[in-house]
Design a protein. Structure first.
Length: 217
């Protein structure tokens, strides 16, 4: 032998690839073994799968669920319908009496009452008898009443015609004088036409006071 070293055989390409795959597989197994080394080596796979789940505070969870999901309770409807508010009764307005016209002269009713009260006190009232009818008290004639109005009601201006017209208004329109012994209630300026003040005139007389003065009489 010549003592020379025999030539060494180099690995082929396929052999180098296979060797590289073995190294990669070995590293993967080592990495997996290191990751599972913290677990109990004696534990079975079943026990690992049956690990207890982390505990949940059920009380807080329920409270959160109620707060998020429970609808807001509305107020219960009333058992009976609410009555409408009561309307206060309107206070009656004071009625203002309308003035009365005597021969075109406007007088308030209190002035007319005072006028008739004075006439009843100043006229010569006396009883009068009618055949087949009877006797009437506190009577006066038509001409006496017209003369009294002419003299005492300054608003008439001393006119006899206006005094007679005022007497007709009081008798025929207002019905404050009643004719005696005749049908109807026509006023007549005569000394044989007799009249009385109506009973509805008399209640006015006590109500009159000296504090009220009419400028027309």
């Amino acid at each position: 032998m010549d003592g020379r070293t025999p030539p060494q055989r180099t690995a082929s390409v396929s052999e180098r690839i296979a060797q590289r795959l073995k190294e990669i597989q070995k590293k993967s197994v080592e990495a997996l073994a290191q990751a599972t080394s913290t677990e109990d080596p004696n534990a079975s796979p079943e026990s690992i799968d049956e690990k207890p789940l982390p505990k949940v505070d059920k009380g807080k969870g329920k409270e959160r669920d109620y707060g998020e999901l429970a609808p807001i309770a509305a107020s219960p409807p009333p058992m009976s319908p609410i009555p409408p508010p009561k309307e206060l009764p309107a206070s009656p307005l004071p009625t203002i009496p309308q003035p009365m016209l005597l021969a075109g002269l406007s007088l308030p009713p209190i002035a007319v009452s005072q006028l008739l009260a004075r006439a009843a006190a100043e006229l010569p009232l006396r009883p009068v008898r009618f055949p087949l009818i009877g006797e009437y008290h506190d009577a006066f004639t038509g001409d006496e009443f017209v003369s009294w109005l002419q003299e005492n009601v300054q608003g008439l201006g001393g006119s006899l015609d206006r005094a007679e017209e005022a007497a007709k208004d009081l008798t025929e329109r207002d019905g404050l004088l009643r004719r005696l012994g005749e049908l109807g209630n026509l006023f007549e300026d005569s000394d044989d036409a007799w009249f009385q003040f109506r009973p509805k005139v008399k209640p006015f007389i006590p109500l009159l006071s000296q504090t009220f003065t009419c400028p027309f009489f």
